[in-house]
Design a protein around this ligand. Structure first.
Ligand code: URA
Ligand code: SF4
Length: 181
């Protein structure tokens, strides 16, 4: 149950990210969503507000949602780690591992048909270290009845304009697939 999950995480100290966080960012959105988005971990804005993807990267993602006609409230959005890694570094393996049970519970509760993996950290921690984002993005991967769509992390779009079109096309595929499921 969501209440159990919320309770279990509220004072979590399973990894050292607990020492520097301001807020735990569990996730938000439709708890009955067909589509779940998984990012890397909270940044400064997310840590301050306790909400996922509310900073620059999140605003860019919102723009893509708006352009495609995807209602942000209709999907569920979360991250691999629920506490901000200092200076936005990539979460260490043991941090991701410590936090992954919460995500597994979220997936069990939401039961999404499609999971969008935002960037390398999400891809590698969910599907395995052997997967690379450059080779995999834009291609469906089915595992245990869930369809995965790896794509660029929205922060990567801020650094490289050319990735925006890929991101758009990948989300377009997700939208089309969802309509036909
Ligand atoms: N980047 C992420 O990976 N997640 C967020 O919630 C915000 C930025
Ligand atoms: Fe707990 Fe996850 Fe935060 Fe680590 S990142 S302290 S495992 S909630």
């Amino acid at each position: 149950m969501w209440e159990d999950l919320e309770k279990s995480i509220q004072d979590c100290q399973k990894c050292k990210l607990c020492q520097t966080r301001k807020h735990i960012v569990l996730g938000e959105g439709n708890r009955d969503a067909d589509i779940m988005f998984i990012g890397e971990g909270p940044g400064a804005d997310e840590d301050a507000q306790g909400r996922p993807f509310v900073g620059k990267a999140g605003q860019l993602m919102n723009k893509a949602f708006q352009g495609l006609g995807i209602d942000r409230d209709s999907v569920y959005i979360t991250n691999i780690v629920k506490c901000r890694p200092p200076a936005n570094r990539v979460p260490e393996d043991y941090e991701a591992e410590a936090c992954l049970d919460y995500l597994r519970n979220q997936v069990m509760l939401v039961k999404p048909k499609i999971i969008v993996l935002l960037g390398s950290t999400a891809l590698k921690n969910i599907l395995g270290k052997e997967y690379g984002i450059t080779a995999c993005r834009g291609k469906w991967i089915e595992k245990k009845g869930i369809l995965y769509m790896p794509t660029w992390h929205p922060a990567a779009l801020l650094r490289d304009e050319n990735k925006k079109i890929d991101f758009w096309l990948d989300l377009k595929q997700v939208q089309e697939k969802c309509k036909n499921l």
